[in-house]
Ligand binder design. Structure first.
Ligand SMILES: Cc1ncc(COP(=O)(O)O)c(C=O)c1O
Length: 423
């Protein structure tokens, strides 16, 4: 039988299914010539702020714009130091630099791959000093004041926000969440005894609507969410050349608006986001059933009891990653690596003076992480095939699991038979 390919991400099907609703958005924009600003942007901002549980949402041109504007509006200035994690997309640190600050890093937690609050505490206590006069925190090596922290809700899993927010309060730092991969993810705050949506916990948060995101536009898009009226006002000005009123510029800003067609498209898709996220969580559960027997050699994502992840990416850690990725590619299965080089080791940041070994958890994950196909329309049959191919790659090798590899392989093929081409 000719095996079907499984894409890493299927962006065609949802757009085919929503075709009429999406085309209506284009028609409305054409008929009104309302391309910039206007009611579609205002509606989306209202709907998305309600979804996130925040007072404000300000639509902007991209997730990178959102992070940059949120940092500037929160008060980050030239010469500041802003702390984030090394295992994120470079946009996180680009935005920090573009806000005038220097990015610095703390390593991530072994279990969640998100900012480790304990390492953040050590960073602030050991690598920084508190100025007695101003009570501001200064990084000893870089010299500048540490003014903000950017936890990234990576792969759609929320960072452990309670202790991060506590530390930020204690050391006078602003928290800007990078929620670009986490539309709808939830965190249980013990402090507030409530589930909180990603994007509603920091001083401000940034979302990306890049097409492949859980909520994706048909082009570029982003948003800042916040409960702070002044930050929202500042971001509205920053996205529109610093003007609060046409041609009255209170400050120098940017051309960073969310365009009306993208806002209209996002309004349509937002109505499906909860169902899509549930489907992603179902797919994650199915992967767990199929690959659970290969643990701990294959490490599956760990979702703590305080997290409801939305699985923007389903990332496993595997021995011999590159060879497995090649094997899956030959079987027509698309995968990805998010991300192969931690930011502190990227050429772009050679000037920051970091070395191999500085952030061991991020460095270790970069070597063995593999993102398996994950999208709401992924079928059980496709997942069966992915698991079958992954497990067969290791059959005959000693994965160090409790069952012998061949026995596991036999069990897997018994449970994984079926029409591999069904979709
Ligand atoms: C973690 C993270 N931060 C920021 C961004 C930047 O978003 P955009 O591509 O919309 O500028 C992305 C996008 O991939 C991201 O994954």
């Amino acid at each position: 039988m000719q095996a079907c390919s499984v894409p890493f991400l299927d962006l065609l099907t949802p757009h085919r299914e929503l075709r009429d609703e999406l085309v209506a958005v284009f028609q409305q924009a054409l008929e009104t010539a309302g391309f910039i600003g206007g009611p579609m942007v205002a509606s989306f901002e209202q709907d998305f702020s309600r979804f996130c549980g925040t007072r404000h949402c300000v639509g902007v041109g991209s997730g990178t714009d959102a992070l940059r504007f949120a940092l500037i509006a929160a008060g980050v200035k030239q010469g500041d130091v802003v702390v984030t994690v090394p295992n994120t997309f470079i946009a996180t640190t680009e935005a920090i630099t573009q806000a005038g600050a220097t990015p610095d890093f703390v390593d991530v937690d072994e279990g969640t791959y998100n900012m480790d609050p304990e390492r953040l505490r050590k960073y602030l206590q050991v690598q920084c000093r508190v100025d007695g006069g101003t009570c501001r925190v200064f990084n000893k090596r870089l010299g500048g004041p540490v003014t903000a922290v950017v936890p990234v809700h990576l792969y759609g899993q929320p960072a452990d926000m309670d202790p991060i927010l506590d530390l930020a309060q204690r050391f006078g730092l602003h928290v800007v969440e990078d929620a670009c991969q986490a539309h709808g993810a939830e965190y249980f705050s013990k402090k507030e005894n409530a589930w909180k949506r990603a994007g509603s916990m920091g001083k401000a948060a940034a979302f990306s609507f890049y097409p492949g995101k859980n909520l994706g536009a048909c082009g570029e898009g982003g948003a800042v969410t916040t409960n702070d009226d002044e930050i929202a006002r500042q971001v509205r000005m920053l996205r529109d050349h610093g003007q609060a009123q046409k041609y009255y510029h209170d400050l120098e800003g940017y051309n960073g608006r969310l365009d009306a067609i993208q806002a209209g498209i996002l309004c349509v898709k937002l109505r499906y986001l909860t169902t899509w996220n549930e489907k992603r969580r179902e797919c994650a559960g199915r992967y767990r059933e199929l690959l659970g027997s290969a643990q701990p050699a294959i490490r599956l994502p760990n979702e703590p009891s305080w997290a409801k992840a939305v699985y923007h990416l389903y990332v496993v850690r595997v021995p011999n990653r590159d060879a497995l990725q090649k094997h899956l590619a030959e079987a027509g299965i698309g995968t990805g690596v998010h991300y192969p080089i931690p930011l502190h080791l990227q050429k772009a940041y050679a000037n920051l003076g970091y070395r191999k070994g500085d952030f061991p958890v991020s460095e270790a994950t970069a070597v063995d992480i593999l993102s398996l196909p994950m999208f709401p329309g992924l079928t059980y049959a496709q997942q069966d095939r992915i698991a079958q191919q992954a497990l067969s790659f290791y059959s005959g090798t000693d994965l160090g699991t409790s069952s012998s590899p061949s026995a596991r392989g036999a069990k897997s093929s018994a449970t994984l038979t079926g029409n591999v081409c069904a979709s």
